[in-house]
Ligand binder design. Structure first.
Ligand SMILES: [Zn+2]
Length: 295
């Protein structure tokens, strides 16, 4: 089997081969190599190479299944050779991809590309890697919590946080995104929240972060009280300095700049209703990116 693609050109080339597509997906869907029937879970299934299908030995509906069965691709008539290069682009282009870019790079109609992107983002939401499945932190862990404001007129995007805070997020037509970063696990959770009130922001921390964790924030009023009872809370006063020893939220700032770059540079316009999808996509990419330890 050819090695996996590293560049877009390689990806396009690689995924023209339907066997490469099948192997690529099967390896991810069944990492232990045991192909399981999506209907009943049996793993002693027979592969039919000529049709690239598996046959389950139990007699039930859909006893024959393909790599698409039971996935977000099941209902799609588009072949894997079209889907996989798009998925590859979504997963590997740091700033995200637009339907127009896919149209230009892969020759897929822009409308089709738009549909594919939405389907793929939907799939990313199901991925436990960035879901709320496991809490972040732990007694020896450090977690950064921060918010950013998205939307509104472009010239307002870089306003001082304090000024934006006074507008209370929602009131000025901006959406608020709260982010929580586990420095050790290098995992981020980002959520579109309705406002910057104390109960809203602290509720997310309670939901996402294990008790006893060291929690770093800035000196926003919302974090002033309430966290000390369950967390080791410390904060940095951004008007004085951005870093005090290990106390800072620079990791979250880094994530916000990735998000902002994606939103401003790549997506022509983001409907507020769809914002959470882009936030999820960015978090997915961040949480699943290759690192030194996990190439
Ligand atoms: Zn079965």
């Amino acid at each position: 089997m050819a090695t996996e693609p590293k560049t877009l050109a390689q990806a396009i080339q690689y995924f023209t081969d339907p066997d490469n597509c099948l192997n690529y997906l099967a390896k991810r869907r069944w990492p232990d190599g045991k192909v399981a029937c999506p209907k009943c879970g049996r793993t002693d299934v027979a592969f039919v190479p000529s049709r690239r299908l598996w046959q389950c030995k139990t007699r039930h509906r859909k006893a024959q299944f393909s790599i698409k069965t039971g996935t977000i691709l099941e209902e799609s008539l588009l072949p894997l050779e079209k889907w996989l290069p798009v998925m590859w682009m979504v997963a590997n282009c740091k700033n995200g991809v637009s339907s127009w870019e896919i149209h230009r790079s892969l020759g897929v109609a822009q409308k089709t590309a738009w549909f594919m992107l939405h389907r793929i983002r939907l799939g990313m939401q199901d991925k436990p890697a960035f879901g709320n499945v496991t809490k972040l932190g732990g007694p020896d862990s450090e977690v950064e919590v921060d918010e950013t404001f998205v939307g509104g007129r472009k010239q307002n995007m870089h306003l001082d946080k304090k000024v934006r805070y006074e507008a209370k997020g929602g009131a000025s037509g901006k959406a608020v995104v709260q982010g929580i970063l586990d420095r050790t696990a290098r995992q981020v959770r980002a959520t579109v929240v309705p406002n910057v009130r104390r109960e809203t922001l602290q509720a997310q921390i309670l939901k996402q972060v294990k008790f006893g964790t060291k929690v770093y924030t800035d000196d926003a009023v919302a974090y002033e009280q309430g966290l000390q009872s369950r967390y080791v809370h410390d904060f940095v006063n951004k008007t004085q300095s951005y870093v005090r020893g290990r106390v800072h939220v620079n990791g979250m700032e880094n994530f916000w700049s990735l998000l902002e770059r994606g939103l401003n540079g790549t997506y022509v316009a983001v409907e507020p209703f769809h914002l959470f999808r882009y936030v999820d996509e960015q978090a997915f990419r961040y949480n699943n990116r290759a690192t030194k330890d996990n190439p």
